[in-house]
Ligand binder design. Structure first.
Ligand code: NAD
Ligand code: WQD
Length: 345
């Protein structure tokens, strides 16, 4: 049976591109909309090399209602949406809050507005563990309290979750699966696609691999005086391909009436917390490559420790993040080496 077409907003980006690969492998026809504000169209070549299929691509901005209408007119067979398109740099969002609210909220509202009239049944939304702030108890479940956001970026995720809830409560004939990602890391094992941060990376793993290859002199470990076993912060690092696979299951569930209610929320993490120093060790032992690093002061706004209880996703979606961290580290390293080979960095 032919599968329904899926619109992937932000599908040229980091998590979106890995998800397009898994969707195509599962037989879904895909159309991507991306304004390339934080990505490069060469990613489409990588997707094609992995899957043998070049996804349809529309270069446009999701905040542009007319562009979206034209897209739905061109692809009347779209039945599901995965909405990755958003601005995502926490620090930048503090400097440019309007940009973040405008981009992240308008993108979602435009899609929700157009879905019913174009026969689109459901939307998967990329949310974040950032909604839990500094949790009182770890691991966090979907019922853990939502804390006041500490950045405009984090606030957009909370507001977007509320917008989805209100729209569905109003009786809109659509479903939604909200996925709260923990810390996505790694790259496709083929090293054809991966993370391509703009400028100096703010996130740990890209900074680490850029240090390992010599682009950065040393990695700063932000604090070793936290209340954790080795004093550095703890996160739940989830392999990006595992994460991508959860989206395929979520889409399937949404479109085949399996979902128990119109809105479902899932934590996507491994359930294992790793400290910054443990992650550096995991990288070094998996690759044999040393990472020059030094301990510096705490980074303002950092959460001390957060990791997921992924039982709900494990039980209901039948999904687990099972890629060993060493494999994830090797894939991240292979991707960094590929960027050098291609002369990108
Ligand atoms: P990314 O920046 O690599 O991908 C986002 C893509 O969306 C980019 O290709 C960008 O060009 C595009 N885009 C942005 N605004 C757009 C617009 N208005 N119209 C069309 N395209 C637009 O980011 P990512 O890491 O792949 O994140 C994907 C989603 O997951 C985002 O919503 C992000 O907030 C969320 N998320 C990411 C993380 C993480 O650590 N990477 C964690 C939790 C949640
Ligand atoms: C991880 C750990 C740092 C860089 C951010 C967003 C969050 C979510 C994921 C989207 C922390 C430490 C980092 C470095 C370091 N994104 N670190 N040296 O802060 O968990 O979350 O990305 O929703 O919203 O806030 O991720 O990768 O920046 O940091 O020691 O050079 O690595 O202190 O403990 P974070 P991160």
């Amino acid at each position: 049976m032919n599968k329904d077409r899926i619109l992937v907003t932000g599908g040229v980006g980091y998590i979106g591109s890995h998800t397009v690969v898994e969707l195509q492998k599962a037989g879904y026809p895909v159309v991507i909309i991306d304004n390339l504000s934080n990505s490069n169209r060469d990613v489409l070549d990588g997707i094609e090399r992995i899957t043998g299929i070049r996804p349809d691509f529309v270069e446009a901005d999701c905040t542009d209602m007319e562009a979206l209408k034209a897209l739905f007119a061109k692809y009347p067979d779209i039945r599901g949406i995965i909405n990755f398109a958003a601005s995502k740099a926490v620090g930048e969002s503090v400097q440019k809050p309007i940009l973040y609210y405008r981009n992240n909220l308008n993108t979602l509202m435009n899609l929700l507005d157009l879905m019913p009239t174009h026969g689109v049944k459901g939307i998967v939304f990329s949310s974040s563990c950032t909604v839990y702030g500094e949790p009182d108890v770890n691991p966090v479940t979907e019922q853990s309290p939502i804390k006041t956001a500490t950045s405009p970026y984090g606030n957009t995720k909370q507001i977007c979750e509320e917008i989805i809830t209100d729209v569905i409560r109003s009786g809109a004939p659509i479903k939604s699966v909200i996925l709260r990602y923990f810390n996505p890391v790694g790259a496709h094992p083929s090293a054809e696609i991966g993370e391509l941060p703009n400028g100096v990376p703010q996130n740990l793993l890209p900074y680490l691999t850029q240090t390992a290859i010599g682009i950065r002199k040393e990695l700063s470990v932000f604090g070793d005086d936290y209340n954790t076993p080795d004093g550095s912060c703890i996160r739940d690092y989830i392999d990006v391909v595992d994460l991508a696979k959860a989206h395929v299951i979520a889409v399937e569930r949404m479109l085949t009436e399996k979902s128990e209610s119109s809105i479902e929320i899932f934590n996507l993490g491994t359930g294992n917390g790793l400290s910054v120093l443990q992650l550096i060790n995991a990288f070094e032992s998996a690759t044999g490559v040393k990472v020059p690093h030094k301990i510096v002061g705490r980074r303002e706004g950092d959460i001390e420790k957060v990791w997921a209880n992924p039982a709900h996703a494990n039980n209901v979606l039948g999904w687990t993040a099972d890629t060993p961290i060493e494999d994830t580290m090797r894939n991240a390293w292979a991707w960094q080496l590929k960027l050098r080979e291609r002369g990108i960095m």
